[in-house]
Write a protein that binds this ligand. Structure first.
Ligand code: HEC
Length: 174
């Protein structure tokens, strides 16, 4: 009430207060940020190897790109043969959109388990296993999701990189 100078609070104030709060949560101070944007030596050899895979052989960058590590686009990544949540299809009613979900950011994964739209994957290691196997067959599955032939060490490198993309500080910008 004090912030908005009003006697009663309604949904207009609530929605704007929450949006203003969310805009103050800036996440851009991970070790990956310092390495990638400032060239600081903040990543280990294992994490750097993970980045090479991310941008190369594993192809993650094709969808998880830009400062938010997402293309803000929709893809079916082969999680299911039959989707309980049909994703983008619910909006478009185009069968090519069944199981397409919006690419999420990869920032702060350390704090946001379990993963995927339905929280069906508990650990980052299992996410990497999913991508390495190439997912389940589905007519709408992205052609980018295919067996990656990563060995155990490479899978560990990718997990190490994902962890380095998490902020350890969450400064609230005033
Ligand atoms: C074809 C685009 C595409 C590619 C390529 C891709 N992803 Fe994704 N990723 C997605 C989408 C879409 C989701 C959300 C799926 C869902 O919620 O069902 C997702 C989800 C994730 C999640 C879960 C995040 C969360 O907060 O739940 C992680 C982690 C992830 N991807 C990492 C990777 C890694 C590592 C690679 C490379 C091996 C990769 N992705 C390649 C599109 C892609």
């Amino acid at each position: 009430k004090k912030a908005y100078g009003v006697d009663t609070i309604d949904f207009f104030h609530l929605s704007r207060a929450i949006a203003t709060y969310e805009r103050s949560l800036i996440s851009g101070f991970s070790r990956w940020d310092a390495w990638y944007y400032k060239g600081e030596p903040t990543l280990s050899d294992e994490e750097v190897a993970g980045w090479r895979l991310f941008t190369g052989k594993a192809g993650c960058i094709r969808c998880h790109n830009g400062p938010d590590l997402t293309n803000y686009s929709f893809h079916n990544i082969g999680l299911y043969e039959v989707y309980a949540d049909v994703g983008l299809f619910r909006r478009t009613r185009d069968s090519a959109d069944i199981g397409k979900m919006k690419t999420p950011t990869l920032r702060n994964l350390v704090y946001t388990a379990p993963y995927m739209h339905d929280g069906s994957i508990k650990f980052m290691e299992q996410v990497i296993e999913h991508y390495n196997l190439g997912g389940k067959n589905h007519p709408s599955k992205s052609p980018l999701i295919r067996p990656l032939q990563l060995n155990k060490a490479e899978m560990r490198q990718l997990v190490a990189l994902l962890k380095a993309m998490s902020d350890t500080v969450m400064p609230v910008v005033q």
